[in-house]
Design a protein around this ligand. Structure first.
Ligand code: ZN
Length: 71
């Protein structure tokens, strides 16, 4: 499956809602290494920062940073 990269300038302004760190895109997630959280990106370009929707980094890694979530 092909994964779209978020626009660089958009990614640059996004921050982890827990700790305020910059995020890194891996597959269909935005990763905070500090919190070890993975925030799903919905419909290719809508980051979901709801804490109840965040995955543990380990779980996202096991899923190869893929998910089937929709807006
Ligand atoms: Zn964080």
């Amino acid at each position: 499956m092909k994964v779209k990269k978020l626009d660089k300038e958009f990614l640059e302004i996004l921050r982890c809602p827990i700790c305020g760190s910059k995020l890194e895109q891996k597959g269909m997630f935005l990763i905070c290494k500090k919190c070890e959280k993975a925030y799903p990106i919905l419909d290719e370009d809508v980051p979901d920062f709801l804490l109840e929707d965040a995955w543990d980094l380990e779980k996202a890694k096991k899923n190869n940073f893929m998910h089937n979530l929709k807006l």
